[in-house]
Design a protein around this ligand. Structure first.
Ligand code: FAD
Length: 464
């Protein structure tokens, strides 16, 4: 066997796998790895499982989330958040997220965040994976054992040195060796902020949506919201219920929708192009010359991918929203399956995608499947990046797979010898997207009732 082929095989005899994080990705990672007979441990820095679905009223000491010394709060959930995906497609592939007629449960199609947290807990309990999870343990370092220079070495039987620490116990660093590490650390905790000329002298309150919890602080205020994706769309409507005026600035508005009133019950939401400058007087000027005398700015401008614990010897870079090079959005070609990144694609239906990714990773780690040689994977990754550039897709959208997400899920399932995802999932994904664009009340009014009934019947069958 040549060195290239060696790089793709795994010693299956005694594989011990570390999963970092016990959010939706880490929980299903633990399940799929167990299903393949691997020895699994999950380290989670928080005191409970659920990741972003654990709501906390606490916010960070730096409301913009930029100061590296700030106290960290993992979750970006706001108090009144309801899901932006309907529950029937949101749940994992084989653990239906059906409404439960029990006290304390939210039976709506687009439930509140507490319901998702309870669903994740049900999933973990039902599949008996809570015992694999060590809570309150932060992973501080992951690197190749022995400091081996991976780029120069032909030995692909890598092992990973991991340093972790019980949260709050400064001196107690634990050092261990794992055969594989599955990174499920989430990507909604490191705020991305756009720079605004003049902001240093602008006197108002400036924050990122990561630290938004409730609309109350914005009562009777003039608020500029930057960004109109999921968080920006939700937060602007919620803030508008109490604020005097809400001015949403986004690069996505078509020209005819800029600087116009969105209407809404209080007719106090305005659309604008990008912010050009902020002034000492409190004025915020938009690129079309219109202005607002604002008291607050909320940046709903997204998040950075971040792996502060990872020492991958420069073999992976995180730049402008692209984590590269990654084969099938999961593996660094030269490192093979022993290091994987779960859940990076955005604008997807996350839980089923995590599960499909994990099924493939688990089969690769158990040795039932193998990856192509590194050179083949690398060539494919490079071609993918070239295609993106040729299509004029900006680099920061490399992992935004949106409409292609079900092709990706089906491809992963096919590798594992499984049937593609049910067609109603894809149809509901599309109908929900259309409804969301057309109706601010898409969570309570929909036109795809027939599809919902097909989905519910199919999920009830699965749940039997
Ligand atoms: P997370 O849930 O972030 O979990 C990562 C875990 O890793 C955390 O528990 C964290 O504490 C832990 N961790 C991180 N670093 C370390 C470390 N060094 N050591 C130990 N533990 C560590 N998705 C939907 O499907 N529907 C929705 O309606 C929806 N709404 C959303 C609304 C908001 C505001 C946000 C932010 C996201 C929303 N999402 C939604 C997407 C959501 O992020 C995914 O559904 C999913 O929950 C992400 O799971 P994850 O496991 O990848 O990440």
């Amino acid at each position: 066997m040549g060195p290239e082929a060696q790089a793709t095989t795994t010693d299956k005899s005694s594989s011990r796998v570390l999963v970092i994080g016990a959010g939706a990705a880490g929980l299903v990672a633990a399940l799929e790895l167990c299903r393949e007979g691997l020895e699994v441990v999950v380290y989670e820095q928080l005191k409970e499982v659920g990741g972003v679905w654990i709501y906390s009223p606490e916010i960070e000491s730096d409301p913009l989330g930029l100061d590296p010394r700030r106290n960290r709060v993992h979750s970006s959930m706001y108090q009144h958040l309801r899901t932006n995906l309907p529950r029937e497609i949101m749940g994992y592939l084989d653990f239906p997220f059906l409404p439960l007629p029990k006290q304390g449960r939210d039976e709506r199609r687009f439930p509140r965040h507490e319901e998702v947290n309870l669903y994740l807990r049900d999933f973990a309990e039902h599949n008996d994976i809570l015992g694999l999870i060590e809570l309150g343990v932060e992973v501080e370092y992951v690197g190749v054992l022995g400091g081996k220079d991976i780029a120069l070495s032909d030995d692909r039987n890598l092992k990973w040195l991991v340093r972790s620490r019980k949260v709050g116990e400064v001196d107690q660093v634990r050092e261990e060796v794992f055969d594989a590490v599955v990174i499920c650390n989430g990507h909604y905790a490191e705020p991305k902020v756009v720079s605004i000329p003049g902001i240093e002298r602008w006197p108002g309150f400036h924050m990122h949506s990561h630290n938004y919890r409730v609309p109350d602080p914005f009562k009777d205020k003039v608020v500029v919201i930057i960004g109109n994706a999921n968080s920006g769309g939700d937060i602007s409507k919620e803030v508008a219920t109490v604020a005097k005026e809400v001015h949403i600035s986004a690069r996505t508005w078509p020209v005819e929708q800029q600087s116009v009133s969105e209407g809404g019950p209080r007719k106090n939401i305005w659309h604008h192009p990008l912010v050009e400058r902020a002034y000492e007087s409190g004025t915020v000027k938009f690129e079309d010359g219109k202005t607002a005398k604002a008291e607050s700015i909320i940046q709903c401008t997204g998040y950075f991918y971040s792996f502060p614990f990872l020492d991958a010897q420069g073999l992976i870079s995180v730049e402008d929203g692209r984590v590269a090079p990654l084969y099938k959005h999961l593996f660094v070609p030269s490192l093979g399956p022993s290091l994987s990144f779960v859940g990076l694609p955005s604008k997807v239906v996350p839980f089923p995608l995590f599960q499909a990714q994990m099924k493939w990773i688990a089969k690769l780690l158990s040795g039932k499947l193998t990856l192509p040689p590194p050179t083949v994977m690398m060539a494919e990754v490079e071609k993918f990046y070239q295609d993106i550039e040729a299509k004029g897709i900006p680099r920061y959208q490399t992992l935004k797979i949106g409409i292609h997400s079900y092709e990706y899920v089906d491809w992963l399932l096919e590798q594992c010898g499984e049937e593609p995802a049910e067609s109603w999932r894809k149809e509901i994904y599309l109908t929900t997207g259309v409804n969301r664009r057309l109706r601010p009340d898409y969570r309570d009014c929909w036109q795809d009732q027939e599809l919902l009934e097909i989905a519910t019947a199919s999920l009830r069958e699965l749940a039997k």
